[in-house]
Write a protein that binds this ligand. Sequence first.
Ligand SMILES: Cc1ncc(COP(=O)(O)O)c(C=O)c1O
Length: 382
Amino acid sequence: MNRIFLDNAATTPIDEAVLSVMTTALRENFGNPSSIHAEGRSSRAAIEQARKAVAHYIGASIGEIFFTSGGTESNNMVLKCAVRDLGVQRVISSPIEHHCVLHTLQTLQKTTEVEIVMLSLDEKGRIDAQELEQLLKDESRKTMVSLMHSNNEIGTMIDLDAIAELCESYGAYFHSDTVQTMGYFPINVSKTRIGFLSGSAHKFYGPKGVGFIYINSDNMIKPFVDGGSQERNMRGGTENLHGIIGLAKALELAYENREKRQQKIQSLKTYLKEGLESNFGDIQFNGDPEGLSHYKVLSVSFPASPKSDLLLLNLDIAGISVSGGSACSSGVDTGSHVINALHPESSRKTIRFSFSYHNTLEEIKVVLAKLKEIMPELALVS
Ligand SMILES: Cc1ncc(COP(=O)(O)O)c(C=O)c1O
């Protein structure tokens, strides 16, 4: 039986065309991009071609794109360099950011004088723009606002343009973790005044271990990784050439097919949501599925019971891969900091379904049938 993969917010399967350019690069572009001979120059040209493509798709200049090892590194780099090099004294963020932002902020709080301010959220995970504006009115300290474009667990999104405008009008730097939205929404930094954003190839059908950061050229930060002049001195180390080539190809495919993919994924999410509503009693949706929400994520909570406790495991046994929240890096399920922040009293069990353009309606029908089989007591009709 083919497995049904509905954990595409954790990672996505690699596109065939991406794999193909990567294997060609691995075989043929073996020159070190820093070498001055022909093999080196050819590898350097391939990296610069990739940079040009990424810059083109997000409306940036070539000099504003830096390749990294992924979203985690990009977010670390922005926050740590902003405090170290731009004199940021206050970071305004939210308690449901990805751990790579939250843990970086904790480290900064311990090791620097920076003040960390967490915005309050409503039960759907939305920030209050008025609260943010009130905070920004205090312009006595250099401030960075760091808010993710879409939450990876519940899909709630911010209005990127509105927050960018707000930050600009009060002279604050704006960083957005766009790891879940890059390639899914038409982000264009020539239209949206944003200082920093982060992308990760494996979320848009590219390879793992490679990402990028956009840094607006007004923001002069210093190297994050010392040791070489790669990435215009910002990140020493021989470049992940095949990864970078794969990233650019994956982003190209994501932008070129964006509307088609979006339609397909949105229809699957809608079908599952409606199917859950009409087939099950006592379910709740986390986040803001009817509002500003990522079309690839549907987070559902079921009442606490011995069966719902084993839901992930039983779905896995049935050939269906979903997750309880985000993909956890420790391999131990410690609950979700996002759900705990929004529903601290709740003992309900959360399942995150996240879709790719490879999923089919047939698969969603199987998921609904399996859920009924696993939890017949919740089914409204058998
Ligand atoms: C919102 C968000 N930010 C950052 C990351 C980290 O990205 P990477 O896996 O490339 O380090 C993830 C991955 O789960 C994510 O969902």
